[in-house]
Design a protein around this ligand. Sequence first.
Ligand code: EPU
Length: 418
Amino acid sequence: MDKFVITGGAVLQGQILTNGSKNSALPALAAALLTAEPVTLHRIPRVRDIRTMQRLLVDIGAKAEVEGETVRLHTPNIVCPEAPYELVKTMRASSLVLGPLVARSGRARVSLPGGCAIGSRPINLHIFGLEQLGARIHQSHGYIEAEAADGLHGAVVHFDRITVTGTEDLMMAAVLAKGETVLRNAAREPEVVDLADLLTKMGAQIEGAGTSTIRIQGVTQLGGAEHTIIADRIEAGTFLIAGAITGGDLAVTGCVPEHVGALVSKLQQAGVDVTQPNSHTLRVRGGARLRSVDMTTEEYPGFATDLQAQYMALMTQAEGIAIVVETIFENRFMHAQELARMGANIRLDGKQAIVAGPRELTGAGVIASDLRASASLVLAALVAKGETVIDRVYHIDRGYEKIEAKLARVGAKIRRVD
Ligand code: EPU
């Protein structure tokens, strides 16, 4: 199993390029199941979750050609409308094939995901939505079986709570349903908008993506399309924090500044100098004394839960007390104990983490528990005294493409060892 060995103290300087968004690429790949024509996607990040999704799509019947960051998918027929437990347990986003499969072939068999490191993460809202669209759902042997032999029909779906992949799944189901579907209390994340853009290029009729009400007029079939995935706002945010925590001067390019607006605001309140030299670059200059700033995670455009762990690492270096509240997932503080092993002063109290700083961190052996928790340990290690060894970095490989190479290029002392 790979590990990262990081020697802290380097000040990051230079330019770092953002990849395409993992969480945008995953539904975009699943959307290719909706048509018998080829779909070509550019700027697909080369991370493990994407490879898992490609494997799943090939098992279902897609032909996949990969060339660098471009993936071309062609699914003339759905051969096996199934997402097996072996894949779903390693990547919950596999449930994104549920909507496209029912819409295209009238049936789907998808394993229930089971437990997860950051919370229970059920898919009841995906199922509820599909039922509203006329699918008959049956659960047995750990699998959800959905059937709509005569096709889906439009309906009003009011989500009890905001769900990102739930909104995406239902949007993909509704594009081929008969009549109009209205999704209320829909997620407004940029990844939802990106998927709507792709589906529209394929011939779908969608209005309101990016707002909490999405209207979809079903069409009888979709065609092929070519689409470039948006920048990964969580990767960009992670690098901005890397620049800030090391007191560096880092330009994060190829990003969409608006998508990290909530983080930029917190960084500025904390005393970090953040400027926008052009439409796709943010420059972060640290070095000034960091102030503690409270933060609560929210759905977009609020502060992303996927940046909470990284922000907590930053707050260990800030003067004062920061109260970090996690509202999206019930168990997303696994990194706190590992940060504490490095010397951070963090007290957990239910949904809150109370971070007292600044504390000098010292290198230690730590374990990555999930994707974003791993990123926070990398950030903490960059400022820790001495050497940190992060175990189980396969978690980070799920969503960050060559993070060690990118950070090393801007001055970090980080290497991967087997
Ligand atoms: N929820 C339900 N029922 C459902 C669906 C969700 O109760 O049917 C709950 C979840 O348990 C959670 C909340 O609703 O408490 C929000 O979950 P959501 O469905 O929005 O999360 P997701 O769609 O499974 C995506 C990202 C996550 C990101 C969350 C929140 C993808 C592939 N994943 O997950 O990304 O944290 O939205 O923004 O888009 C990551 O990249 O590290 C990651 C975990």
